[in-house]
Design a protein around this ligand. Structure first.
Ligand SMILES: Nc1ncnc2c1ncn2[C@@H]1O[C@H](COP(=O)(O)OP(=O)(O)OP(=O)(O)O)[C@@H](O)[C@H]1O
Ligand SMILES: [Mg+2]
Length: 288
């Protein structure tokens, strides 16, 4: 058995050679940045499939040539991985990718007021330092999509930062990443509108390879994005997503303090969660 050189909260990374590695999406679930003891069986395959569908759609969109970036995907079929890496257990849940120098910022785009941005807006009328008009409520659509980067913290929680801080660190590269992130977001939200799904927000990661910008990690999965069903959408509420909402609600209901270890999950919560992941997978597959 090969050992991963890195175990993320959800994905395991296996070294291949100087220029590539394999990302295996496990069925582990993390919420509030803590990994749960119970897997969600099949979740890793769903996330991999969704991400691969979006990588392909983004390639077809023409945005890469238009804006000057590429993506990290080399191979999605495990049976075509380099010899010695064709592990049947990985089928559908592993991708071979280009090893890039990761840019240590999360490129977050938001079209609606939710999550940490909503909390900040309530406290001080801004979202990640961007002033917003008064009178917005939870889940309000923003006047225009905004780019709200966060640092990628080695340990613990990622932290929202003003765009100026990203610019101070990366220079003009920050502006390019903002432009690319907003463009991919607009493309994706327009696509999903046809399926009756609102893309509330999402997080992209980028890397550099020979000084060129590469879209890396997972793209537009329900783990990295909030998808809302337009049917259940109402301003002033917290619309249900297609992800760990049942898990979050459950652990809050039992009063978990959000510090490790995470509690065990009842079978009903596991199957409801898997049902949501499967539903958004189906909607994305039929739309793209
Ligand atoms: N092509 C790539 N080149 C370099 N690093 C990559 C690439 N694609 C993904 N990564 C990194 O691989 C890791 C994937 O693992 P996972 O997402 O499970 O980690 P994580 O627990 O979310 O940790 P992190 O907070 O670092 O993202 C992430 O750190 C991600 O930034
Ligand atoms: Mg990650």
């Amino acid at each position: 058995m090969r050992e991963p050189f890195y175990r993320g909260k959800v994905r395991d990374l296996f070294a291949v050679d100087e220029s590539s590695f394999i990302v295996v999406a496990t069925d582990r679930l993390s919420a509030f940045d803590v990994v749960f003891p119970d897997p969600i069986p099949g979740k890793g395959k769903i996330l991999t499939h969704v991400s691969n569908l979006w990588f392909q759609a983004i390639r077809r969109s023409g945005l890469q040539t238009q804006l000057g970036f590429s993506d990290h995907l080399l191979e999605t079929d495990v049976m075509r991985f380099p010899e010695g890496f064709r592990n049947p257990d990985w089928a559908g849940r592993a991708v071979l990718v280009k090893k890039c120098k990761r840019i240590d910022f999360e490129c977050v785009v938001r079209d609606y007021l939710a999550g940490s941005a909503y909390k900040e807006y309530v406290a001080q009328g801004t979202a990640c330092g961007i002033p917003l008009p008064p009178g917005l409520r939870q889940a309000s659509k923003l006047p225009a999509a905004i780019f709200t980067p966060a640092t990628k913290a080695e340990t613990g929680h990622d932290e929202n930062i003003p765009f100026e801080q990203m610019q101070a660190s990366l220079g003009p590269l920050a502006d390019r990443l903002r432009e690319i992130s907003l463009a991919i977001f607009k493309f994706a939200s327009t696509e999903m509108e046809r399926a009756g799904i609102l893309l509330c927000d999402t997080k992209f990661e980028f890397g550099l390879l020979n000084d060129q910008i590469v879209l890396i990690d997972e793209v537009l999965t329900p783990d990295s994005s909030r998808y809302w069903n337009a049917k259940n959408y109402a301003v002033g509420t917290s619309p249900a997503g297609f992800d760990k909402q049942f898990v979050r609600d459950y652990v809050e209901s039992i009063g978990w303090n959000k510090e490790p270890p995470a509690p065990a999950l009842p079978e009903e919560i596991v199957s409801k969660t898997l049902g949501l992941y499967a539903e958004i997978e189906r909607l994305i597959q039929t739309t793209l």
